[in-house]
Write a protein that binds this ligand. Structure first.
Ligand code: SAM
Length: 276
């Protein structure tokens, strides 16, 4: 089991909200898209039992709470400083009308879910976190655990950057270009200094594990979930991706199964809304 080490640092957690929404032009559009989708998915339900894994500063849970009513919310993260920030923000969010449970644990550990009843959850959320899982078997084992926690008809959401893991492909080169452009943006806006950007890039190129969108879809299906919706923000080919074209990417578009499986297209974010 290999865990990322970058986001557990207090300095990294403290800076996150100051840059993430501007540094990734489709960050808030993706989170709001998930909120809207979940509210449509549960249009006939009153209040939901929810979990978010790798929740960071709780931006996704807070956004989703503006679209649906929560009966319970458990946030899981292996970063104590991120959980502290999340706790503070949730306590100041009027749409979160319950007291969330914060769990400081790794989703790769064997037992983090032991005190959660199987078949008890309506909604499990994740964003920009499952790409920290190096091994496909570990990824699948986590997805199976999440599936077992959901009620029948419950919903699992994943939103991750996706690309080929081979650095000779255009798909990987689009991903790499995105990281360099985001680095430039971090510097230009003083979000991070040069050495912080180096550390951040190192994290992106060594601790983020890229998978094509079709691999994530396949793993989700192997775990016993059905994809109800697929969409995201495709990245242009590397030669067409530059600072200006990247910062125009703020729309989520739908993708069919055939489109996703017919290429290893790079995605800034690739979203699956899945049903148990
Ligand atoms: C890029 S941040 C994303 C945060 C948030 N989901 C968002 O979309 O803004 C990645 C988060 O995943 C968490 N994380 C990474 N690996 C983890 C693991 N094995 N167990 C629990 N949390 C993990 C990090 O601590 C961090 O909070």
């Amino acid at each position: 089991m290999v865990e990322e080490t970058y986001f557990v640092k207090t300095k990294v957690a403290n800076k996150y909200d100051g840059y993430i929404g501007e540094n990734i032009p489709f960050y808030w559009p993706a989170l709001n898209f998930i909120g809207e989708s979940v509210s449509e998915y549960f249009s006939d339900k009153d209040a939901l039992d929810c979990i978010e894994i790798g929740s960071g500063s709780a931006n996704l849970s807070i956004t989703v709470s503006q679209y649906i009513k929560m009966k319970s919310l458990l946030l899981l993260d292996h970063s104590a400083p991120f959980l502290e920030i999340a706790n503070q923000k949730l306590s100041e969010t009027p749409s979160v009308q319950i007291t969330p449970i914060l769990k400081h644990a790794s989703f790769l550990s064997d037992d983090w879910q032991n005190d959660i009843e199987p078949n008890s959850q309506d909604l499990i959320l994740s964003s920009l976190t499952l790409d920290h899982i190096a091994d496909d078997e570990e990824f699948l084992s986590l997805l199976k655990k999440l599936q077992s926690l959901l009620k029948k008809g419950g919903c699992f959401v994943t939103a991750e950057k996706c690309a080929s893991s081979s650095n000779t492909t255009k798909s990987w080169q689009s991903f790499a270009k995105m990281i360099h452009i985001r680095g430039e943006n971090n510097l230009k806006n003083n979000f991070k200094n040069a050495s912080e950007i180096e550390a951040w890039k190192h994290h992106n190129f060594t601790e983020d594990i890229l998978r094509p969108f079709s691999d994530v879809w396949t793993l989700v299906e192997k775990a016993g979930l059905t994809v109800e919706y697929a969409g995201g923000v495709p990245l242009p080919e590397p030669e067409n991706l530059n600072y200006d074209t990247f910062y125009e990417l703020n729309k989520i578009r739908s993708f069919t199964r055939q489109e996703v499986f017919s290429s290893e297209q790079a995605f800034g974010v690739a979203i699956l809304i899945c049903k148990k």
